[in-house]
Design a protein around this ligand. Structure first.
Ligand code: UGA
Length: 442
């Protein structure tokens, strides 16, 4: 089989590389020449554990190629994945201009039957627009080209940043929206190597597949906001959210995963997809009330840690030195998009604090938005020197069990505000720390 993946962003690059890993001939296309040049040299545009080695290995094996030339890649490929960005427009709806431009390009160059698959997260109805765009481009080429048969399909991606390779190679399910038996057959053949662990490939109609992606992310975002609400109430009522979490998680209908309270969800997916689904519903005369509340809770939650700090210091924050551990929206990624750290730091700076931050990988990325407004430490301990408080913002493994004796010695005041509940409250109290976390009155 021969496939093309258009767009070498997060999803495209992981998709292309993982298909190559099982022996499929893959060409990854991007219009950004610099990105393609870098990829040829093994320089990746994103940080993802294990991806760099996998790219290099598959390039060396001659089954993973990078190019800016859509024409060659599309000519006789069996499947073309559209994995370009769908940035949110001003009103929150997903902007499809890149997706449709790629569809047009495919129509201009395809020469035989192929399945054109939308992999980017796209609103319900997009595959139909892709089909129309390709048909238009084929028709422009004349009668021979108009006779070329093709199918469109929707194959949403469920991988998580930081665990993308494992998620792709060992998926718990693959969802494919199709409109013909022929497309189903091609997609089943393509995914066969990934289904060895017995997990299913679920075929459905195209609009349902498109909706599945949004519904999945919206449900997960809802779980988090619900738990953040519960955590805030636990604090008020003197309950411990960690115990409540264990108590409810053991009910298999609720489950133990994704019920960790924190400082709000971030990243490029939940915020964008929740917004887009609310917007799609609105445009169609329906009000997604639950999701609007999910968004509201999430916005408030980003301020919770700052509010605790402010309360502790009686609102007198000017001139305080604050250490921040973690900047990325979650561990194992350098992604700073919609990271709660940005909101927290903005508030700290506005209140006149001096911020010294450390993140194991996201500091170069963070510099793009924060510039020199904060100081970047060379390690987690340097960030603590003379600090009046430590804010734990991202739960990187590096921060889980620091030497608290050293931590206490470096800090001016032993105050820890833990936005991810990674420490033991009584242990820290015993060694003289003031400790605040989420959903537990300390
Ligand atoms: C999310 C989904 O989990 C993937 O299935 C989906 O494919 C992806 O979006 C996408 O649409 O591309 P991702 O954004 O990489 O993946 O990150 P998650 O691990 O889901 O975390 C999202 C946010 O939720 C993070 O800010 C994290 O800190 C927060 N979170 C997660 C919590 O606050 N509590 C939890 O219990 C779990």
């Amino acid at each position: 089989m021969k496939i093309a993946v258009i767009g070498t962003g997060y999803v495209g690059l992981v998709t292309g590389t993982c298909f190559a890993e099982v022996g499929i001939d893959v060409t990854c296309i991007d219009i950004d020449q610099k990105k393609i040049d870098n990829l040829h040299q093994g320089i990746l545009p994103i940080y993802e554990p294990g991806l760099e080695e996998m790219v290099t290995r598959n390039v060396e094996k001659g089954r993973l190629h990078f190019s800016t030339d859509l024409t060659e890649a599309i000519k006789d490929c069996d499947v073309a994945f559209i994995a370009v960005g769908t940035p949110p427009g001003e009103d929150g709806s997903a902007d499809l201009k890149y997706v449709l431009a790629v569809a047009r390009g495919i129509g201009e160059h395809m020469s035989s039957y192929g399945v054109i698959v939308t992999k980017s997260t796209v609103p319900v109805g997009t595959a139909a627009k892709v089909r129309a765009e390709i048909e238009k481009a084929l028709a422009k080429r004349g009668t021979d080209a108009s006779a070329i048969e093709f199918d469109v399909a929707s194959n949403p991606e469920f991988l998580k940043e930081g665990a993308a390779i494992d998620d792709f190679l060992k998926p718990d399910r693959i969802v494919v929206g199709i409109a013909s038996d022929r497309a189903e057959e091609v997609m089943r053949r393509l995914y066969k190597p990934f289904l060895l662990n017995g997990h299913p490939i679920i075929f459905m109609d195209i609009p349902s597949a498109e909706m599945t992606k949004y519904a999945a992310n919206a449900m997960l975002a809802t779980k988090i906001s619900f738990m953040n609400d519960v955590a805030n109430l636990c604090e008020i009522m003197g309950a411990d959210v960690n115990m409540v979490r264990r108590g409810i998680g053991s009910d298999a209908r609720i489950g133990t995963k994704f019920i960790y309270p924190g400082i709000g969800y971030g990243g490029s997916c939940f915020p964008k997809d929740v917004k887009a689904l609310i917007k799609t519903a609105q445009e169609n005369g329906y009000d997604m009330q639950v999701l609007r509340a999910v968004e509201g809770v999430n916005e408030n939650q980003k301020s919770v840690l700052f509010n605790k700090l402010s309360q502790h210091f009686g609102g007198e924050l000017r001139g305080l030195k604050i250490a921040v551990w973690g900047l990325s929206f979650k561990p194992k990624t350098d992604d700073m998009r919609e990271a709660p750290s940005l909101v927290i730091i903005e508030k700290l700076l506005a209140a006149g604090c001096i911020v010294m931050a450390y993140d194991p990988v996201a500091m170069p990325e963070a510099r793009h938005s924060l510039g020199d407004t904060i100081t970047y430490a060379k390690d987690e301990f340097e960030a603590l020197i003379d600090a009046d408080a430590l804010l734990v913002v991202t739960e990187w493994p590096d921060f889980r069990a620091p030497n608290f004796e050293v931590v206490g010695r470096l800090m001016k005041q032993k105050n820890i505000f833990d936005g991810r509940n990674i420490y033991d409250a009584s242990e820290l109290k015993d060694i003289g720390f003031v400790y605040h976390c989420i959903g537990i009155k300390t």
